[in-house]
Design a protein around this ligand. Structure first.
Ligand SMILES: *Cc1c(COP(=O)(O)O)cnc(C)c1O
Length: 427
């Protein structure tokens, strides 16, 4: 190109404006919603500048630095980097050794997996995405049945592929057990999958074997496969026992989603897995292939974390897991015994995980809804809690139990002061 031609071209480009480009986003992108972000952004939260913010909202156990991964976990990464053998592409479903280590890790209490049943993913979110995409089809007018209150990612991942979501209710007074009758009433001929989340975010509930069996019986009767989000497996407080859906001989085909994020305290490392549990071989002809195909869209999860995975799973001592539970249980006792004395609040004691749900008795407060309660609490006390609307349960808010004890105590006393300032008895 001649110099003056080039000059001419450059000048017309700079004169052009953005609106000459009509670049529409795809309908897929338009259908993609992060419900927590959306709600939080519209709250327009302004903390009280006189008080440091305490965020009881973020489901990331690492933010305050009080909860750290085990030194075995850290060492496993250092060793993997130094070994230098995990720098290339791994198979899309993950390294054989790493999958074998996950199979071994999950094979207890009668659950039985081999490496063929494991697919490694980029975080548990990616596991959920692959499972939902493999089972749910918008063209067949499928729907996905999920808990309410429930983690909103299931909805996000279903709706982005045009799949509708239906809800089954949890009963707060029964430790958030599933309303089995209502669950069954929500099943129709287009229900492609039931999503279970045990232990639960946001409820902190831990289901006993009998309850899980009852749920799986319903799935069996209607021949509906299950996705079991067990990312909080084993994070249960004293007196409770974690039962994996895979350990119950239900004959229901189940895709178990899990990963390192919560129990090993490394959510940013993005290591999740799918464990295929299928006593009758119902996933044999199509779904196993579908999961592999979907894992091939993007090449798997980070190879350094995969390489470190066998050592992380085998070497992390039980005392590390016990210490995490001790801390969380202590914090949940602290928050519960404090907040139960606050008029207008009804906290529900969790049996595990990192969360507690608190009911706000709105008739005792001059607020229209929990979102307004949460906004004012932030404005005056700089304490941020997530409104239950993020989990389709408007009368509640959720707090996290992973913050340091002194901050949790401070947060509880600010919440308490705030409530006593506004509490009234309706006449
Ligand atoms: C945190 C969380 C996940 C996501 O785990 P990642 O491995 O970070 O993607 C999945 N399900 C529930 C219920 C969670 O709370």
């Amino acid at each position: 190109m001649l110099d003056n031609q080039l000059k001419e071209k450059t000048s017309t480009i700079t004169e052009e404006k953005a609106e000459f480009w009509k670049i529409d986003s795809s309908s897929t992108a338009k259908n993609c919603k992060n419900y927590i972000r959306e709600i939080v952004d519209t709250l327009n939260l302004q903390p009280n500048p006189a008080k440091p913010v305490i965020a009881l909202s973020i489901g990331d156990p690492t933010v305050y630095g009080n909860l750290k991964p085990s030194k075995e976990t850290t060492q496993a990464i250092i060793d993997t980097v130094e070994r230098g053998t995990c720098n290339g592409y791994a198979p899309c479903v993950g390294y054989e050794d790493s999958r074998k280590a996950v199979a071994e890790y999950l094979s207890h209490d009668g659950s039985n997996f081999t490496s063929k049943d494991i697919i490694l993913c980029s975080g548990c979110s990616s596991s959920l995405e692959i499972c939902i995409t493999a089972l749910c089809d918008a063209k067949k007018n499928h729907n996905l049945l999920m808990p309410r209150p429930g983690f909103s990612i299931y909805r996000t991942l279903a709706e982005v592929i045009g799949v509708k979501v239906k809800y089954y209710d949890l009963i707060p007074e029964k430790n958030w057990e599933i309303d089995l009758e209502q669950l069954e009433s929500q099943i129709d001929q287009n229900t492609a999958v039931i999503v279970l989340n045990n232990p639960s975010n946001p409820c902190g509930s831990v289901y006993n074997e009998k309850h899980l069996k009852n749920v799986l019986d319903i799935a069996y009767t209607h021949r509906i496969p299950v996705i079991a989000d067990e990312i909080y497996e084993q994070i249960v407080f004293s007196g409770n026992k974690f039962a994996s859906t895979a350990s119950l001989n239900s004959r229901v085909p189940i895709l178990i989603c899990g990963g390192l994020a919560k129990r090993f305290l490394v959510p940013g490392w993005r290591l999740g897995w799918i464990a295929i549990h299928d006593e009758l071989g119902a996933f044999e002809t199509e779904i196993r292939k579908a999961l592999v195909s979907l894992s091939q869209r993007i090449i798997g999860s980070n190879t350094l974390i995969q390489g470190a995975l066998p050592a992380i799973l085998r070497n992390t001592p039980q005392s590390f897991h016990d210490d995490l539970i001790t801390t969380l249980e202590k914090n949940s006792n602290l928050a519960f015994s404090f907040l139960r004395t606050v008029k207008g609040l009804v906290p529900y004691m969790p049996q595990g995980t990192m969360y507690m749900m608190i009911e706000i008795i709105l008739e005792n407060f001059p607020f229209n809804d929990v979102s307004e309660f949460v906004i004012k609490l932030m404005e005056e006390e700089s304490v941020f809690c997530l409104p239950g609307s993020c989990f389709q349960t408007p009368g509640f808010m959720r707090i996290v139990l992973t913050v340091p004890e002194d901050l949790l105590t401070e947060a509880c006393s600010r919440i308490s002061e705030f409530c006593s300032r506004y509490y009234t008895v309706p006449n």
